[in-house]
Design a protein around this ligand. Structure first.
Ligand code: ADP
Ligand code: ADP
Ligand code: ZN
Length: 217
């Protein structure tokens, strides 16, 4: 089973992708994580991508497509993948369709996580994550159960994303509405879209995804 998680920045794509990975044995492929690691490692891709990411603009399609397909190729034969943050433009979606047909593969569901913009600004400005294991937390909605200690791995070191600031967030939302939201219509045309209410506690959002995927875990 292959899934696409579509939704604005801060909708909860990464949070839900991790939970789906655990429950259904699928592999999360986050274009944002791939690009951030390229930036950190100062690879040629990272050097090209950095300024776009810092501004909250989309990294050019040709760069992103190469990076994502390289990772996708590595998953041939696995149970399936969850695309988190890709595709984000019509050209990326068309490139993905070509890649899938060349690899005799297909997308089963496109899950759209819908959240109003004003709530997204709060979610993104409160986001932080564990340096060691990547577990994502939130100042307002999801603090570690023991203050300052990661629930998952016990680490005491956390980090915040450079692009998670109010000005950049506004731009990211504009980009989402202009370039990415139209993909909902594209995938609806393929009969693949299910929209779920992301304006609910994390477990309830997971419950809606479980109901769609037909399993109660
Ligand atoms: P995305 O990958 O779509 O950008 P994240 O999964 O990183 O979103 O979530 C953004 C922030 O909001 C994180 O700090 C996360 O802990 C928090 N969050 C995710 N889902 C919910 C939810 N349903 N309710 C409240 N906060 C949430
Ligand atoms: P978000 O929490 O906003 O959903 P991501 O981690 O998915 O953030 O993406 C962070 C940044 O990485 C984006 O603002 C953009 O600059 C770049 N990026 C990630 N995925 C893509 C993509 N599919 N196409 C173009 N740029 C991307
Ligand atoms: Zn951790």
């Amino acid at each position: 089973m292959n899934l696409i998680l579509l939704g604005p920045p801060g909708a909860g794509k990464g949070t839900q992708a991790k939970l789906i990975e655990d429950r259904f044995g699928l592999k999360q492929l986050s274009s944002g994580d791939m690009l951030r690691s390229a930036v950190e490692m100062q690879t040629p891709v990272g050097q090209k991508a950095k300024s776009y990411m810092d501004q909250g603009a989309l990294v050019p399609d040709d760069i992103v497509v190469d990076v994502v397909f390289e990772h996708l190729a590595g998953f041939k034969g696995a149970t399936g993948f969850i695309l988190d943050g890709f595709p984000r433009t019509a050209d990326q979606a068309a490139a993905l369709d070509r890649w899938l047909s060349e690899h005799q593969s297909l997308i089963d569901h496109v899950i759209v996580i819908a959240v109003p913009d004003d709530l997204l600004v709060k979610r993104i400005s409160g986001r932080f994550s564990c340096v060691n294991c990547g577990q994502v937390y939130n100042d307002y909605f999801k603090l570690p159960s023991v203050e300052g200690v990661c629930d998952n791995c016990g680490s005491k070191e956390f980090k915040r994303r450079k692009d998670d600031n109010p000005e950049t967030v506004k731009h990211r939302l504009t980009v989402y509405h202009g370039d990415t939201a139209p993909l909902i219509g594209y995938y609806a045309g393929q009969g693949k879209v299910t929209s779920i209410d992301g304006n609910a506690p994390i477990e309830q959002v997971t419950g809606q995804i479980d109901a769609l995927l037909g399993t109660t875990v």
